[in-house]
Design a protein around this ligand. Structure first.
Ligand code: ZN
Length: 346
């Protein structure tokens, strides 16, 4: 089948069907990575990130939007197909945004990765990062760097960024990380180091302090966001300690404080091993962080507001912006890790 890739995008509405209410011709819109119908069970229970339209993407659900010259039908991946000059999508995927932001900045903040990253720390759906929280972010690609900005905006007092690439650690610091750690330098001591940094100024048990030792595994971050993933090829910049992406998932779990939250966002293949006791003891909550739990119609306009008010920095993340013809080279830069994010413009 012919398939147009591109898991999200921004643009201007050219035409609408007769029953469309959400947007009008001429609106600037974000085509969200996930849909929100507003009427299904998941949308109504407050989990719009799991809208049941999301599952309607199999071959029998897709509608051809064009034909190749030989008559082969062409489909839009996930009903989105963002890598096209003209997108044909459903109302459920489209969020109007009212802003004067540049298309590139808007493309960054409306991307699947930035919405997921901000969703993890600033949407209050999965984990309610509050003022004075200690947040650890494992992996500082575009998703992790967005989570760092969300944690800063949410009022976290300590933001520990963990990333093997020096240039990305520097970006993390500029975006609000209070500590940066290189997992290659910390090695087996990474989890311990995060616990140490999570003690805060008061380690006295009887004065409200955090316990740095004890039966439950000691202190740790209140919220941990994992955004590492597997290497598709060996990076041209610094590689992390585990190309499969499994080790950072384990570490993310273990560096979380008792009673804290872990949000994982990567898609490695394989199995993860954890001490079985943590499934009952320690009170940690794990969230599958698909789309960061973000509620598209509510949160994307809020995130655009953060961009407009200068609180979310899109420019440090969108480090490659190329016309569609440069797409393959842009993908290569992402695989090589020599750019943070690549955006394609029509
Ligand atoms: Zn729904």
């Amino acid at each position: 089948m012919g398939l147009i890739q591109g898991h999200g995008g921004v643009g201007v509405v050219e035409a609408v069907g007769p029953e469309v209410r959400r947007v009008q011709v001429g609106d600037r819109v974000c085509v969200s990575g996930t849909p929100q119908c507003g009427a299904c069970y998941q949308c109504l229970r407050g989990r719009a990130d799991m809208c049941q339209f999301l599952g309607r993407q199999g071959p029998k659900d897709l509608v051809p939007i064009a034909d190749l010259r030989d008559g082969t039908p062409v489909y839009a991946n996930s009903h989105i197909g963002g890598l096209a000059e003209l997108m044909v999508t459903f109302e459920e995927w489209v969020v109007p945004v009212f802003t004067k932001a540049s298309a590139a900045d808007l493309g960054m903040v409306c991307s699947c990765v930035a919405v997921a990253g901000l969703g993890c720390t600033a949407s209050q759906v999965l984990a309610d990062v509050g003022i004075g929280s200690i947040v650890a972010v494992v992996g500082c690609g575009p998703l992790g760097l967005s989570a760092i900005q969300g944690a800063r905006i949410a009022g976290a007092s300590t933001i520990i960024a963990i990333e093997p690439i020096q240039a990305r650690r520097e970006v993390a610091t500029r975006l609000g990380a209070t500590h940066v750690l290189d997992p290659n330098v910390e090695g087996d001591k990474l989890v311990e180091k995060v616990r140490e940094l999570s003690n805060g100024p008061n380690n006295r048990l009887w004065a409200g302090g955090r316990d740095s030792g004890g039966l439950l595994g000691g202190a740790g971050a209140d919220f941990v966001v994992e955004a590492v993933g597997a290497d598709r090829a060996k990076p041209k910049l610094e590689s992390g300690p585990d190309p499969t992406g499994i080790l950072p998932l384990q570490q993310a779990y273990m560096m979380c404080a008792p009673g804290g939250h872990i949000v994982t966002t990567s898609l490695p293949t394989g199995n993860i091993t954890l001490p079985a006791v943590v499934f009952t003891i320690g009170g940690r909550t794990h969230h599958a962080g698909q789309y960061g739990g973000a509620n598209p119609m509510r949160d994307i306009p809020r995130f655009v507001e953060l961009l407009d008010k200068g609180q979310f920095d899109a420019k440090l993340l969108a480090t490659t912006i190329v016309p569609i013809e440069g797409m393959l080279d842009a993908y290569q830069q992402v695989v090589d890790r020599t750019t943070v994010t690549a955006l394609m413009t029509a």
